[in-house]
Design a binder for this molecule. Structure first.
Ligand SMILES: *Cc1c(COP(=O)(O)O)cnc(C)c1O
Length: 459
């Protein structure tokens, strides 16, 4: 069992050559009707170790798992700790382990009855109040719920917009998360793709042209509060200004803010753009497993109560109101979110944001000093640079790549040592890929701007 190679993504690459074994295990699983617990525990332990190894080089993903620092095997109370990680070593979710013995289900509307006594509604309402406060909306005026992640938040926010304006056209930039285009297809909404600037943010000049070309339909606008690839922040104030200039009055547009990662970071940075219900927005969503580091995918969506009143149906069976995307909803997720917010506190969150931003600048400067094209947007922890010419290298550091560019997302588990070792390896390998200067680096001015590019034309 020690060598068990159980389902995994990148992590299992290290086990290649053992696919046969993996298939055997899966076959065994189908046949067996209950296996001894110690064997299962050893599989889990082994898998946990694989994850720890993987996490040491996890640079490209916008989520982090803090609890990996000190995993406890439930079965034999074995501690697996890794040294050398300065952050918050005491912080993990072990305190919540007793809750794994319960099925907690928050089906229905968190503010409207609930026949299931095994739920975590009070925790959910605490979390929602916390976010309502963060985004400046009174308790009596908002509605929201804890979702399965950013995608479900987008599904809900855009549904509210669509129900408000059934003949509305969806506007979103080409740098939007793939979920937005999927949602447009699911809802059969007419979707107009808006150009992005080099930073990744929406091009308001193009938006204006498009709005004027479709001025007889209401506008449903998805704004990226931090794009996935470049961390570009759509300019909410400018978009509202453009709507006004195009004669879209408040009763003819709906703005949904997709703040999956950066939505959690902007409020803690001086001078950052402000997302607020005091402005003409309809909904905001964030992912709970990105900046907040919940070990289970989850998220939060907040909207205005007045929209929901129009939209909901009472359901006798759950003694609640049916207004969420899914039926049964995790009761554990709100408790994880509650715990993360409580244990970190506003100061803790602010410190984490500052550390990530500082290290992102450090990495960008290191790459630039070595003559490598790199870009870092204001208020962002996403460093964008030339795509490594070797896919194995990208995989080794779990870098996300798109076209000619790749990115590192500096999350809380990332240390200066990890960045140094990444930069050292990248600089060394790149010189081999470019044959010590014989080959010119590709031009990526269109992706990150001429001022950041180092190709023969731009350097
Ligand atoms: C990650 C992300 C999402 C989707 O979030 P999930 O929690 O993975 O569903 C949506 N929008 C943006 C901008 C993201 O970065």
């Amino acid at each position: 069992m020690e060598e068990a190679c159980i389902p995994s993504t990148h992590a299992s690459k290290q086990c290649s050559g053992k696919e046969e074994k993996q298939r055997d295990i899966i076959e065994d699983m189908k046949l067996a009707s209950g296996e001894p617990e110690p064997i299962l525990a050893s599989v889990i332990n082994h898998y946990a170790q694989t994850l720890i190894q993987h996490n040491i080089r996890n640079l490209g993903r916008n989520y982090y798992v803090i609890s990996y620092l000190c995993l406890i095997s439930l079965h034999n109370k074995l501690h697996i700790c890794i040294a050398g990680y300065p952050i918050n070593q005491n912080f993990n979710y072990d305190a919540l382990l007793p809750l794994l013995h319960f099925h907690l289900n928050n089906a229905g509307d968190p503010f409207f009855g609930n026949s299931l006594s095994l739920s975590s509604i009070p925790f959910e309402v605490f979390v929602l109040d916390w976010f309502a406060n963060l985004w400046d909306i009174e308790k009596t005026k908002y509605w929201g719920y804890v979702t399965t992640g950013g995608t479900e938040g987008n599904l809900h926010g855009l549904l509210v917009g669509r129900e408000q304006f059934p003949d509305g056209i969806l506007y979103t930039s080409q740098d939007s998360h793939y979920s937005i285009f999927k949602i447009a297809r699911m809802y059969r909404m007419k979707c107009v793709k808006v150009n992005s600037l080099v930073s990744g943010e929406i091009d308001c000049v193009h938006l204006k042209t498009l709005l004027l070309a479709h001025k007889h339909n209401p506008a449903i606008i998805n704004l990226n509060i931090g794009t996935t690839m470049k961390g570009g922040i759509d300019n909410l104030d400018l978009v509202i200004e453009v709507l006004k200039e195009c004669d879209f009055t408040r009763d003819r547009f709906y703005i949904h803010c997709d703040g999956a990662l950066s939505g959690m970071m902007l409020p803690f940075q001086n001078g950052a753009p402000k997302i607020s219900f005091k402005k003409s927005i309809g909904s905001v969503t964030i992912s709970g497993h990105k900046f907040l580091g919940c070990p289970i995918p989850c998220g939060v969506v907040i909207t205005r109560l007045k929209y929901i009143k129009k939209l909901s149906r009472n359901v006798e069976y759950i003694a609640s109101r049916d207004i969420t995307i899914t039926g049964s909803r995790s009761g554990h997720s709100p408790i994880f979110l509650w715990y993360a917010l409580k244990v970190k506190g506003l100061i803790g969150l602010q410190n984490e944001v500052h550390k990530c931003i500082m290290l992102a600048h450090y990495l960008k400067n290191r790459l630039r000093d070595a003559g490598i094209a790199a870009m870092l947007n204001d208020f962002s922890n996403i460093v964008v640079f030339e795509r490594p010419l070797d896919d194995d290298f990208a995989l080794r550091w779990s870098l996300a790549c798109k076209g000619n560019i790749a990115h590192v997302v500096v999350m809380q588990h990332v240390t200066i040592e990890m960045l140094d070792s990444f930069a050292r390896e990248y600089i060394q390998k790149r010189s081999i890929w470019l044959k010590g200067g014989e080959i010119q680096p590709p031009c990526i001015a269109n992706d990150i701007g001429a001022e950041n590019c180092v190709c023969s034309l731009h350097k």
